[in-house]
Design a protein around this ligand. Structure first.
Ligand code: MGD
Ligand code: MGD
Ligand code: SF4
Ligand code: MO
Length: 724
């Protein structure tokens, strides 16, 4: 490492790959390998490698913009821009009340930003109307985690454990494209003799690595998981001692399982019975669940495929039940985990930008939690608002009873379900302020656009999918007229009467976050910037005081800091002795299969499912500005099976019109045997006529309020033959 290289992390996904940023003599930075960081050991995908290109002036915002009298966005000074935002928020509050002001955050924001944004909403604006895009991401898995284990951390073990278990069932994750360096853990698993089962309606690049690929109809994972557990019971794989000692509720969950016999499950999912049996044998190994050695054990890992459904929470519960009943949870090298998505998808849901949450993963409706956090914030607990609406419901209320919005770190014009409707709602706002690094499609609609610094230009922590808190470090100065999100909140708070309480220094914010989280489920109080750097990240919970019965210590040596007890080592592995429920036992949740909110019919005979491609990230706001990534993935497409293409009389490259009950999108055909003949797939990274979210169904999961991005019913035709 040269002296001018700064160790930091990628700005994009939840893997938070370690990278070095080397200052170039001619200015700017370039990415260099950081092999010592354990998660990715130097490997990066193309998005991470090219991330510095978004730092260039041509790609980004370089000064504030305000909407002028002529209706155009015009350059303005920071003073004027911040005054306009403060005025817009105050005016709305005066006219319509506190809950008429909304705040929308993002899972890409650092812990410090997410914390400060939540505090700003609750303390300065005193609005209940705050939520964030993480609701669209892993909220179903989070809800199911809470129900079963009493705690939600994406992976309850480090990624390295995946390589050493016996069998992994990977459900609806295309990590070969969405977290490429993590594929290594699955390859290692198979090299050691372990098995990989992939569940995906498409034969993805990830599924190509599987020993067994189950290819169900979209939206049928709940039946599939119940069917596998039914077979596990029938074939003698129940772990009765584990069920008796470590769980509650099996008696209540069992009847639903027994109602999902193999032939029924084949009919619902389209997965043949022999494949179901093979999957159960691979996962459960020897009967009786006795294989718990290094080569035994099993894990179920889910991602957005089964989660982004109107029954996502129950679906994840069904997969967790499979783990619990077969003794594959709460033990070394076994368990259920969710692969979170955004850079700070984990930490972003712990520190208070979620509608029902206070920092430290505390609940906003818990009087003790309110009292603790109010004391840290120096306010009266009674002044904290109640829980507010979920992300889609908040966006749907814009212009109805929420009339001003402060948006930080999301681009819902592209990424929200039923996007044409949400775009109309955004347009009907009385006032919109957007903080972004680029002029996103949503920022282009704002009354005020505040340009903010990017990852390489600022310092802050994120929490990766393993629950490892890591530090992104500043490597380069931002352009002169760009500010950090923390500086923006500081400037707005002072205009709204809060001279103190919103520091712009990230470490100061983190120290307050530590205090606010102390004693909560996601306790960060023992984590410091220094420890993160010295230990390659620290896993929460990490209380400031040493626990009486220490968890297994597997992180790097903990530095001794003077006299007194040694600091808490952090918690790489959860649930080995007890689950985080009041009685320490995991809970089975009884669940039954149910159809998706929209099933194919005569008018809309096909399933549409949506997701990602390797070279683009999310709404594409950042990656569509990188030429190398655009060359790899220039635009939207509709993936369809050759049989379906033949039936429709279309070929590769033909423009297809895809119509759902909500609208129509047009994109070229990509014909491939990798997808089921009854299903088409579209990536969601682009705005305009190929926008997948014009079509998607905002039906919400009743528990997590997650929209059904992964299933809706559509009609597909050659675009030139469509009557409009
Ligand atoms: N390249 C890239 N990487 C990313 C991102 C990105 O935008 N681009 N985004 C990041 C974020 S925020 C996230 S959340 C993660 C998401 O990571 P993933 O969850 O891996 O990504 P998706 O492509 O949304 O969905 C995964 C798979 O689910 C399958 N699927 C669709 N419907 C169903 C279903 O009903 N059941 C099952 N079992 N599978 C189904 C799809 O075919 C797809 O292959 O990726 C992160 N990494
Ligand atoms: N059809 C369909 N739709 C989906 C999904 C799907 O699978 N299918 N997946 C959903 C999922 S899992 C997710 S996570 C969402 C994501 O969708 P979005 O919420 O739109 O996520 P991004 O595109 O990452 O938007 C982040 C915005 O914030 C900006 N930004 C980045 N860093 C910062 C920062 O530090 N500060 C500020 N102020 N701005 C910043 C970026 O430039 C970008 O404009 O999409 C959801 N939408
Ligand atoms: S896998 Fe994720 S964190 Fe790693 S380089 Fe790619 S986008 Fe960045
Ligand atoms: Mo996500």
């Amino acid at each position: 490492m040269s002296p001018s290289t700064v160790d930091t992390h990628c700005p994009y996904c939840a893997l938070q790959c370690g990278m070095g940023l080397a200052t170039r003599p001619e200015g700017g930075v370039e990415v260099v390998e950081r092999p010592a960081f354990p998660v990715n050991r130097g490997a990066l995908c193309g998005k991470g490698r090219t991330a510095p290109e978004v730092l260039a002036r041509g790609a980004r915002l370089t000064g504030p913009l305000v909407r002028g009298a002529g209706g155009e966005l015009e350059p303005a000074g920071w003073g004027e821009a911040l005054d306009r935002v403060a005025e817009g928020l105050l005016r709305t509050r005066a006219a319509h009340g506190r809950d008429a002001v909304g705040v929308f955050g993002g899972g890409g924001l650092t812990n410090e930003k997410a914390y400060a944004l939540g505090k700003f909403a609750r303390v300065v604006l005193r609005t209940s109307q705050i939520d964030y895009n993480g609701r669209f991401c892993m909220s179903s898995a989070a809800a199911a985690h809470q129900r079963a284990f009493g705690l939600d951390r994406g992976l309850p073990f480090p990624l390295e454990d995946i390589a050493r278990t016996g069998c992994v069932i990977l459900v609806g994750s295309n990590l070969a494209e969405t977290m490429p360096p993590a594929l290594r853990y699955l390859t290692e698993l198979r090299e050691r003799g372990g098995k990989l089962i992939v569940v995906d309606p498409r034969r993805t690049r990830t599924a190509e690595h599987a020993d067994l690929h189950l290819q169900p109809r979209p939206g049928t994972d709940l039946a599939l998981a119940l069917g596998l557990l039914h077979l596990a019971v029938a074939e003698g794989y129940l772990d009765e001692p584990f069920i008796a000692e470590r769980t509650n509720g099996w008696a209540e969950a069992r009847p639903g399982v027994m109602a999902h016999w193999p032939e029924l499950v084949e009919r619902i999912t389209g997965v043949p019975v022999p494949q179901l049996r093979e999957a159960v044998r691979m996962f459960c190994g020897t009967p009786g669940g006795t294989s718990r050695t290094e080569s035994g054990g099993g894990m179920v890992l889910t991602a957005r495929g089964p989660e982004q459904q109107s029954k996502g929470t129950d679906t994840v519960s069904a997969w967790i039940n499979l783990c619990l009943a077969t003794g594959r949870a709460g033990r070394p090298l076994s368990g259920y985990g969710c692969l979170t998505g955004q850079g700070n998808g984990q930490g972003g849901r712990e520190h208070g930008q979620k509608a029902d949450q206070l920092p430290g993963y505390r609940k906003l409706d818990d009087p003790a939690a309110r009292a603790h956090v109010a004391a840290v914030w120096g306010v009266d607990p009674d002044d904290l608002p109640a829980p507010g609406r979920s992300a889609y419901e908040l966006l749907d209320a814009l212009g109805v009873d929420v009339h001003a919005l402060l948006l930080m770190g999301s681009n819902p014009v592209v990424s929200a379900p039923h996007a044409a409707h949400i775009t109309e709602r955004i347009a009907s706002l009385g006032f919109l302020a957007v903080c972004d690094v680029v002029l996103s499609e949503t920022a282009a609609m704002a009354d005020v656009v505040l340009p903010v610094t990017q990852w390489a230009e600022e310092t802050g922590t994120t929490t990766n999918l393993e629950g490892r808190v890591i530090l992104r470090r500043k490597a380069i100065d931002p352009p002169p007229d760009v500010r950090t999100d923390l500086e923006v909140l500081n400037g707005l708070a002072s205009r709204l009467g809060w001279e103190k309480g919103f520091p712009a220094d990230p470490e100061e914010v983190f120290d307050e976050l530590r205090r606010a989280s102390a004693g909560g489920p996601a306790d960060y109080s023992g984590i410091t910037y220094r420890r993160i750097v010295e230990e390659d990240g620290v896993f929460w919970p990490c209380p400031e005081t040493r626990p009486e019965t220490g968890p297994e210590v597997t992180s790097a040596a903990v530095p001794a800091t003077g006299p007194g007890p040694a600091p808490h080592p952090g918690t790489p592995r959860l649930f080995l002795d007890r689950f985080a429920t009041p009685d320490g036992r995991a809970r089975f949740v009884p669940v039954l299969h149910r159809p998706s909110a929209e099933e194919p019919c005569a008018d809309y005979p096909l399933y549409l499912t949506t997701g990602r491609v390797l070279a683009q990230y999310q709404s594409g706001a950042q990656t569509r500005r990188v030429p190398e990534l655009n060359a790899a993935s220039p635009g939207p497409f509709v993936q369809l099976h050759p049989q379906l293409a033949a039936r429709l009389g279309v070929s590769e490259g033909d423009e297809l019109a895809v119509t759902s009950r909500r609208g129509r999108a047009v994109a070229p055909a990509r014909v491939s045997t990798a997808i089921r003949p009854d299903t088409v797939f579209m990536p969601f990274h682009w705005p305009g006529e190929g926008r997948a979210n014009t079509l998607t169904n905002p039906a919400l999961d009743p528990t997590s309020r997650m929209p059904e991005f992964k299933v809706c019913a559509v009609r597909v035709e050659a675009a030139d033959r469509v009557r409009t």
